[in-house]
Design a protein around this ligand. Structure first.
Ligand code: NAD
Ligand code: UDP
Length: 322
């Protein structure tokens, strides 16, 4: 059945691809974004589709819309982006959640929250299971994002328990792919940009810290499955459970891109998690989902996309101190 679906942060890296998938499934899609970490060019190819609508709006402000489902993706996600204006980041997570839960409650819509592996902080439990409560520094530079997302999960659960709102929570682990902001400072975009330009590849710390990288298409498959599943609200980990050190990632990017770049060491940012890998048993059991795309294949597609874009079309986030 065709649904009216709101995607907040719909012009972003993940949101824009989600909009595309929903349109392909025949739904009416409202993409809402303030373009803080994205730009209209991510969705211009969708503008002439009759079932697509674009609204420039900030989720920290209330909005009245009539919808059947909401994917709440709006939030700067890269450390450089979310630390740029940390107060605004918390407002986006917390006030954005309150405003969107309000829409969901009024419309009786199902609402999915894009949460994060950052709720586990620098984890002592490895791999991370959903029952692990995390190890987050509440006063560090990452707290604006981590704690904002934790409060958002709390709000989702309380609206669910107190007001019967039909929620879904996914905890997204590091995801990469075409349409990542090339200057977002995340490790995959940095390494690819540096490798293609023949610049030094910047390894923060000793490069032995780990991450597990999920390709965009796999991640969105899981979001669509989570939105449709009955009698399961989550939270559920969504990510690729194959773990790499950051040094291994750098070597793979160099190999695939055929780059002559050299690795250089830079200081490790404060509170940088030492290891991260999702336990995805719950996603397998409840959604019948697991990722299909290996890192080497996903990197190849991402590198091809980076080669196809004009870097000068992209800029740093718009200053926003509200
Ligand atoms: P992104 O920065 O490309 O997308 C976020 C979008 O939200 C952007 O289009 C941005 O302009 C918009 N936005 C930010 N603040 C807003 C506001 N106040 N009002 C309206 N729009 C606003 O990042 P992404 O990687 O696509 O992340 C999407 C979601 O997934 C985020 O909520 C993020 O926290 C979550 N997530 C992503 C990852 C990942 O690895 N990509 C990991 C964990 C969680
Ligand atoms: N990193 C790095 N070089 C870079 C960018 C990031 O070594 O140019 C490291 C960073 O210190 C972290 C990992 O790569 O250990 C992933 O960083 P990212 O910013 O992509 O996301 P995070 O998972 O830390 O939120």
């Amino acid at each position: 059945m065709i649904k009216r679906i709101l995607v907040t942060g719909g012009a972003g890296f993940l949101g824009s691809y989600l909009c595309e998938r929903l349109l392909d499934d025949g739904h009416d899609v409202i993409c809402l974004d303030n373009f803080f970490t994205s730009q209209k060019t991510n969705v211009t190819h969708l503008l002439n589709r009759p079932n697509f609508e674009l609204i420039r709006h900030d989720v920290t402000l209330p909005i009245f819309l009539e919808v059947d489902q909401i994917y709440n993706m709006a939030c700067p996600a890269a450390p450089g982006h979310y630390q740029y204006n940390p107060i605004k980041t918390i407002k986006t997570s917390v006030m954005g959640a309150i405003n969107m839960l309000g829409v969901a409650k009024r419309c009786n819509a199902r609402i999915l929250q894009a949460s994060t592996s950052e709720v586990y902080g620098d984890p002592e439990v490895h791999p991370q299971v959903e029952s692990y409560r995390g190890s987050v520094n509440p006063i560090g530079p990452r707290a604006c994002y981590d704690e904002g997302k934790r409060v958002a999960e709390t709000l989702f659960m309380d609206y669910h328990r107190s007001n019967g709102v039909d929620i879904r929570i996914v905890r997204i682990f590091n995801t990469y792919g075409p349409r990542m902001h090339p200057y977002d400072g995340r490790v995959v975009s940095n390494f690819i940009r540096q490798a293609l330009a023949g610049e030094d590849i910047t390894i923060f710390g000793d490069g032995e810290q780990t991450r597990s990288f999920c390709y965009r298409d796999d991640l969105i498959d899981a979001h669509l499955a989570m939105m449709e599943v009955e009698d399961f609200v989550g939270p559920v980990n969504i990510g690729n459970p194959v773990e790499f050190t950051i040094r291994e990632l750098a070597e793979l990017v160099i190999e695939i891109s055929g780059s002559k770049s050299k690795l250089v060491k830079r200081p490790l940012p404060e509170d940088d998690p030492t290891r991260r890998r999702p336990d995805i048993s719950l996603a397998k059991e409840k959604l019948g989902w697991e990722p299909k795309i290996a890192l080497a294949d996903g990197l190849q597609s991402t590198i091809d996309w980076f080669k196809s874009i004009n870097m000068s079309d992209y800029r740093a986030p718009t200053p926003n101190y509200s």
